[in-house]
Every structure is written in C-alpha cells, then in structure tokens.
Design a protein around this ligand. Structure first.
Ligand code: GLN
Length: 231
C-alpha cells in the first residue's frame, strides 16, 4: 500500500446538479454517488481525487482541452465518447426519458408536435431528443444544467424535457413537480472519462478500483446511502 505522501492527487470535474450522482447538500457541500465513488476508488487504489463542480458540458470540454485528469458526472458511455475519450468500465445503468409537468396533458412523445422542449447542452439525452425531433415535430431550447431545464418545464415555458431516467426519478421522488412520460428506449451505463493515452495508469487504477468497490460491498453501500432500497 502506498504511503500518504506518495499518493498523487488527480483533478476531476463534475456537474453542478445531477442528484443523486452529484449535488450540493444543505450545507453547500458537494455529495452524491459519483463523489463518494471516486473517493472510494482512490482509497482502494492509492490516489486522491479533487472533484470540482463546473457543469456537465464545461467538464467535458475541459477534458477535451486536457485541462483536467477526468470527468465523473453521470456520464453515459457512448460509442462517440469511446472514440474521443478513454472511458472506464461501466458502473450505473441509465437511459434518456422525457418528463412533463405533473398533471400535464402531454401523455406521449406524439403530443409534443409543435411544442417547445427543453434539453441540456452536450448530453446523451439531448442527442436522443435531437434524433427524434423531426419525427415528433417539436422545437428545442437548451440549458446548461438540469435544474434550470426542469424549472422551464414547471413554469410552462417548455412542455417537456429530456434527461436520464435515474436522475429524473430521484428529482421527482424528492419533490420536483414533474412526471416521466416515456420509458427509455436504450439502456446504457455511466463511466468515468479520461483522455486517451494520457493517464493510462490512472485508467487502470480506476477500472481495478471499480471492480474492488463493487466486489467488497462499498459500492452498494454508497448507492444505498443516496437511494435507500433502490426505489
Ligand atoms: N448522462 C448524460 C450524458 O452523459 C448526462 C450527464 C449529465 O448531465 N451530467 O450525456
């Protein structure tokens, strides 16, 4: 085991609000599954992590510009990202869904014709929305963070938004006045992103660490801390 002094510190950027994965608690401290996970992986593999909330798209752009070591931000592993980045082994299942205001008369994607829909810049859910936009005939407005996107739907400026199912479910369970209208069409997984060929030792540690914390129950404890019994 490396000594404290020998431990390297790596910088990860994350989203500003993507509960239960990262969010500010009532003391304005950043907590969540991703935050605990990267520290647990670091503990298992002998490195330290500094995690800074900058927003999802800003985090991905900083990684692309090689300004940071990695992104942990409920980031979906997609073929496009695997081309561009070194993506870790998967850790949490996800898929994009649409949500509308609670009690809305929008019941399916078909009801979106001619309406305005809120999406979040640079996300897999935004890509999904854009891919079905012609078919369902809606217009889009973009936001940099999920909370502002949800508020646009709640205030009625947009009739729907697209985001990942586990994040929308958590927000709804904790009081956000939204409801999900469509099931995810695809199941993908979150992974931690690094630059290709730049941090190969860190990638190996992260993959080994994910395996270890999943095998020894640490990961399940982290998830249970934020999600209880998984409902
Ligand atoms: N999972 C989505 C993506 O990877 C959104 C991530 C986020 O908004 N933090 O694009």
């Amino acid at each position: 085991t490396p000594t404290q002094a020998a431990e390297k510190t790596y910088t990860f950027y994350t989203d500003v609000g993507y509960a239960p994965f990262e969010f500010a608690d009532k003391n304005n401290k950043y907590v969540g599954i991703d935050i605990d996970l990267i520290h647990a992986i670091g503990k298992a593999e002998g490195f330290k992590a500094t995690v800074k909330p900058v927003g999802f798209n800003a985090a991905v752009q900083a990684l692309e510009a090689k300004q940071i070591d990695g992104v942990i931000a409920g980031m979906t592993i997609t073929p496009e990202r695997q081309q561009k980045f070194a993506m870790s082994k998967p850790y949490y299942p996800t898929g994009p869904v649409a949500a509308v205001k609670k009690g809305s008369n929008i019941h399916s994607l078909k009801d979106l014709r001619g309406k305005r829909v809120a999406i979040k810049t640079g996300t897999a859910a935004a890509d999904y929305a854009t891919s079905i936009q012609k078919k369902y005939g809606f217009t889009t407005v973009t936001f940099d963070d999920s909370n502002n996107m949800y508020q646009d739907v709640i205030t009625g400026n947009s009739v729907a938004c697209f985001d990942d199912q586990p994040v929308l479910q958590y927000s709804i369970a904790t009081g956000m006045k939204l409801q999900i209208v469509a099931k995810p069409e695809t199941v993908k997984y979150y992974g931690i992103a690094l630059n290709k060929g730049r941090n190969d030792d860190l990638l190996a540690k992260i993959n080994a660490g994910i395996k270890k914390v999943k095998a020894d129950g640490t990961y399940d404890k982290i998830v249970a801390k934020y999600l209880g019994n998984g409902t």
